[in-house]
Ligand binder design. Structure first.
Ligand SMILES: [Zn+2]
Length: 135
């Protein structure tokens, strides 16, 4: 991935194959972006951001978790989409729609029925295939 050389981080990517065509331009763009980032070799540490002391306390966790449902409800009340659309979207994001792939995982598909998409043999019928990458 990279290494520190004279107090400076040098990226060193190992590609499975050499980039070609458009990928070379993208790689040069990535390299330019990464060159602008200046890190330091200080050790990383965890910071608890849910209270002002940045130290984990069970109370701060409890207070924030207790407030979470109210925040979620407040967010959904301002949405103009019908509730059934919100629920469908939420289930889709969580990967909980009754797609063939999910039904197969739960053992709920009939014998002889595969988890493949009806129109795309060999491709699992899952949320990302149905709503994002269908072709
Ligand atoms: Zn398909």
């Amino acid at each position: 991935m990279g290494q520190w050389v004279n107090e400076e981080w040098r990226w060193n990517f190992d590609w499975r194959r050499d980039p070609f065509g458009r990928e070379e331009n993208l790689l040069a763009e990535l390299s330019n972006m990464l060159d602008t980032i200046r890190g330091n070799n200080m050790k990383n540490k965890w910071i608890w951001v849910l209270n002002s002391t940045n130290v984990f306390t069970l109370k701060s966790l409890y207070v924030n978790l207790s407030a979470a449902p109210r925040r979620i409800l407040r967010g959904s009340c301002t949405c103009l989409a019908p509730q059934k659309v919100q629920i469908f979207s939420w289930k889709s994001i969580l990967g909980r729609l009754p797609t063939r792939s999910n039904l197969s995982r739960r053992g709920a598909l009939s014998v002889g029925v595969t988890s493949d998409c009806v129109w795309c043999p060999g491709i699992q019928e899952a949320e990302d295939h149905l709503f994002c990458r269908w072709n």
